[in-house]
Ligand binder design. Structure first.
Ligand code: HGY
Ligand code: MN
Ligand code: MN
Length: 416
């Protein structure tokens, strides 16, 4: 790890690339939309591939569409150190969620190249396919494939237009039959580290530019469907209704109350559909999503059980039929001491406080915990905002996080 605390990476180049990538999929209102297997995501991967080549990396795309740039090492066949994130986005998202981790890793490897650094282990930058799950209602397709955990059921999932993951892959030149070729075997990867914006307010509240992640909260995504009876809004007395939307609203109230009760869980209903949708018609059918998370899986499961129990009772009382479907369910993922120690040392060597915090947001590393030790480095988010066009991290903070990533990679790629 470099002796001096002076910044080694090129902050201007990093910022220029972040700004250039942010233009792909940008709408008039300033939000970014780059869904998986679309022309926007393809354009983003082409641009990132060009940066990887500028950094002297050997570039390939695996069977899951993960874009990979590799830097060779003294020991060619040694287990590689992986660094990366994603370039797909949520709908109308921000400029930094994902791109900072991919472009920060490219910048770190280009800095190694320019300084003639040769590491013992190879280092690879990975832009994972579909981390966000914005198109197919479950996420992390690329990291699941890397872990060999992508199932035929996953590939059969459809987007809102009825296009399956497999069909979308074929349309973008990939063959889902060969998805197994993206699997990496245990022992082939030394460690995985991801640079990412915090997407919360903890670093900002402590006036810190960078933090080291202790663990990643586990998300459970469910879809609720409520079936009541569409009826005339004017002629149906309140006590004779089977109002699906009124029942859904009551369930959402329970979600808010049960999640808030623990002080650590978070529960969100982010998607809502209803029908028939007339001003003068009592809604007969409602569906909505639940995103429920906690860093402690038992606490999350207890909150979920309470929500389900209360939802069943209040729907029965209202004569509304309740259905639920699990879309994804991931355990919380602890970050390894190997990566945490390297990142803390890198913070100190960069003249930064090695502050540690948990991640409320999910990340690709959650699927790699069986494959290798994982860890993350966070960069401060302005006002804690993310999944929003106003998402912002300063050039100085992005550079500070990338410098910590650079030094962490040197430690992991050379340490014993
Ligand atoms: O949903 C998440 O936590 C992440 O942004 N995919
Ligand atoms: Mn992300
Ligand atoms: Mn995100």
């Amino acid at each position: 790890m470099p002796a001096s605390s002076a910044t080694q990476i090129d902050a201007d180049r990093l910022w220029y690339r972040l700004s250039e990538l942010a233009e792909i999929g940008k709408s008039e209102g300033g939000g970014v939309t780059r869904l998986s297997f679309t022309k926007e995501e393809r354009a983003a991967k082409e641009l990132v591939a060009s940066y990887m080549r500028e950094a002297g990396l050997r570039v390939r795309e695996d069977a899951a569409g993960n874009l990979i740039g590799r830097r060779e090492a003294r020991v060619e066949e040694a287990p590689a150190v992986l660094a990366g994130s994603h370039v797909d986005s949520v709908r109308n998202g921000g400029d930094f969620d994902g791109p900072l981790g991919v472009l920060g890793a490219v910048e770190a490897l280009q800095t190694m190249d320019e300084r003639g650094v040769q590491t013992q282990r190879p280092v690879e930058v990975v832009a994972f396919t579909d981390e966000e799950g914005a198109r197919f209602s479950f996420g992390m397709i690329g990291s699941r494939a890397t872990a060999g955990a992508l199932t035929p059921e996953h590939l059969a999932n459809e987007d809102e237009n009825g296009v399956s993951v497999a069909e979308a892959m074929r349309a973008s030149g990939l063959d889902p039959e060969h998805i197994g070729e993206a699997t990496r075997v245990r022992g082939s990867v030394y460690a995985y580290v991801e640079l990412h914006i915090e997407q919360g307010r903890i670093l900002e509240s402590r006036d810190l530019p960078v933090g080291v992640v202790t663990g990643i909260a586990g998300p459970a995504w469910l879809k609720f469907t409520l079936t009541g009876e569409a009826a005339h809004a004017g002629t149906t007395p309140m006590n004779l209704r089977r109002d699906a939307l009124a029942a859904a609203a009551a369930v959402m109230g329970r979600i808010e109350r049960e999640a808030a009760r623990t002080g650590t869980s978070v529960g969100t209903a982010g998607q809502l559909d209803l029908s028939p949708g007339g001003i003068n018609i009592i809604p007969g059918h409602v569906s909505f999503s639940l995103d429920l998370r906690d860093i402690d899986e038992d606490v999350r499961n207890d909150v979920e059980a309470r929500i389900m129990h209360e939802a069943a009772l209040l729907c029965e009382k209202r004569g509304v039929e309740l259905g639920t479907k699990t879309l994804q369910r991931l355990p919380p993922a602890p970050c390894s001491s190997l990566v945490r120690n390297a990142a803390r040392e890198a913070c100190e060597a960069s003249g930064l406080v090695p502050f540690e915090l948990a991640s409320g947001a999910g990340h690709d590393g959650m699927h790699l915990t069986e494959l290798c030790p994982i860890g993350m480095i966070f960069v401060r988010s302005k006002d804690g905002l993310s999944h929003n066009p106003a998402e912002y991290s300063s050039k100085e903070d992005c550079a500070a996080g990338t410098e910590v990533l650079y030094r962490t990679l040197l430690e992991l790629a050379d340490g014993d």
